[in-house]
Design a protein around this ligand. Structure first.
Ligand code: PLP
Length: 398
């Protein structure tokens, strides 16, 4: 009850990160490069306070009603405009985030024991949602451009159960930061379409592009929103506490999902949040916020990348990601991943072992640059470099 007691009185939002109020809190003194969260200082408290007030002023008691099963039309119409033709509001359904959308897809569209093809390494919790829904996961090889089309073809053509769908995260992939190029997206789509197998495109980081160069079209757009279900989220671009996202697919698939009685009973998930975000999209405030957020994240990525480049031992390599929250460091040789994580922990830096995300080809760790300020990321990189240099001295094979 300590947390609730402390929360009484005027709120200073940056200081309210108590264990019973937020999902994860690192021990004091730790540089936490673990979670894919936004830094508390990047969460737009004032912007959202205004957006909720505006939504209540504009929509009145309708904002406090059950929303329509597929989500409020003003939001779906604005999203359809952003996604471009052929998207209409009927292609879109509001969800309470990408996690919720994955659960809906796994349980409404597919059956227990269905096989889902996943990347060799990928979003651990997304895979866990699918596995908990009774789906059987099969990993497909990746290279530097993403899932390998020939390997996908082999997996789809293999004897035994025909896979039910392919789960991909092609834009600023968690954990590697990879942006799958357009050509590879088209190849993967062609293989999936040849076998009549749908693709679920997890695009949680699509808004977090950090370079000025253009973005490839989404796989959904490339397919004309046929055979691809695209998942979007406001967790990474605004705040995860909104619990707000969407899925976009052909209208028949959307209708199948929204026919579930969970929506008849509960209406639109997070209706008030969806109307607050509607006001931000309608006024351009969301796009202004994105410009600011991208610049702040670019500074964070660059601080971490610069300090790692200058200090990491030669055998550690990473690519500077073009977007998203993560930097993926791989080590060559026999270096033991657990040893890297332990050495980091002993230096008070929390990082995640690559093995948590599947079977990386080489020992790897994921570093999130989203959650700490540039000076803290620089300090964390110095600590990591020193800690990993000392493991190197202890390894006879290195
Ligand atoms: C690839 C990916 N998908 C989905 C999510 C979760 O998204 P949401 O907060 O919208 O449920 C995350 C968050 O870490 C993610 O990395």
């Amino acid at each position: 009850m300590g947390a609730a007691g402390k929360a009484a009185g005027p709120l200073s939002h940056r200081r309210r990160w108590y264990p019973d109020v937020v999902q994860q809190v690192a021990p004091p003194g730790t540089f936490d490069l673990g979670p894919g969260y936004l830094d508390p200082g990047l969460l737009p408290v004032d912007l959202l306070r205004g957006a909720y007030a505006d939504a209540l002023a504009e929509f009145g008691s309708a904002a406090l009603s059950y929303g329509p099963n597929s989500g409020a039309l003003p939001l779906r119409a604005l999203l359809a405009d952003r996604l471009g033709p052929p998207c209409t509001p009927d292609h879109i359904m509001v969800t309470s985030g990408t996690s919720h959308a994955l659960h809906l897809i796994a349980t409404i569209l597919f059956r227990r024991h269905d096989v889902v093809l996943v990347e060799q390494v990928g979003y651990d919790l997304g895979r866990a949602i699918l596995a908990d829904s009774g789906l059987r996961l099969r990993a497909v090889e990746m290279d530097d451009s993403g899932m390998v089309p020939e390997a996908l073809e082999r997996a789809l053509g293999a004897a035994g159960d025909t896979p039910a769908f392919v789960y991909l995260n092609p834009t600023f992939h968690n954990p590697t930061g990879l942006l799958v190029p357009s050509g590879r997206r088209r190849e993967l789509l062609a293989v999936a379409a040849a076998y009549g197998v749908p693709v679920v495109e997890d695009d949680a980081y699509a808004e977090i592009g950090l370079t000025r160069s253009g973005m490839p079209d989404s796989m959904a757009a490339l397919s004309g929103y046929r055979g691809v279900i695209r998942l979007g989220s406001f967790s990474k671009s605004l705040a995860p506490g909104l619990r707000l996202g969407w899925l976009a697919a052909d209208p028949e698939t959307v209708a199948r999902i929204q026919a579930h009685h969970v929506f008849d009973s509960g209406g639109s998930p997070n209706h008030l949040a969806s109307l607050a975000v509607t006001t931000l999209l309608a006024t351009g405030a969301y796009d202004r916020h994105l410009t600011w957020l991208r610049s702040a994240l670019r500074d964070r990525r660059d601080a971490l990348a610069a300090a790692l480049s200058a200090n990491l031992p030669e055998r550690f390599v990473f690519d500077r990601p073009a977007g998203g929250f993560f930097l993926w460091v791989t080590a060559d040789g026999e270096r033991d991943e657990r040893g890297l994580v332990t050495a980091a922990r002993n230096a008070d830096v929390r990082v995640l072992a690559g093995g948590r995300f599947g079977r990386p080809a080489r020992p790897s760790v994921r570093l999130a640059y989203s959650f700490n300020s540039p000076p803290r990321l620089t300090a964390a990189a110095h600590r990591l470099a020193a800690a990993w240099k000392s493991t190197e001295r202890r390894l006879p094979c290195s």
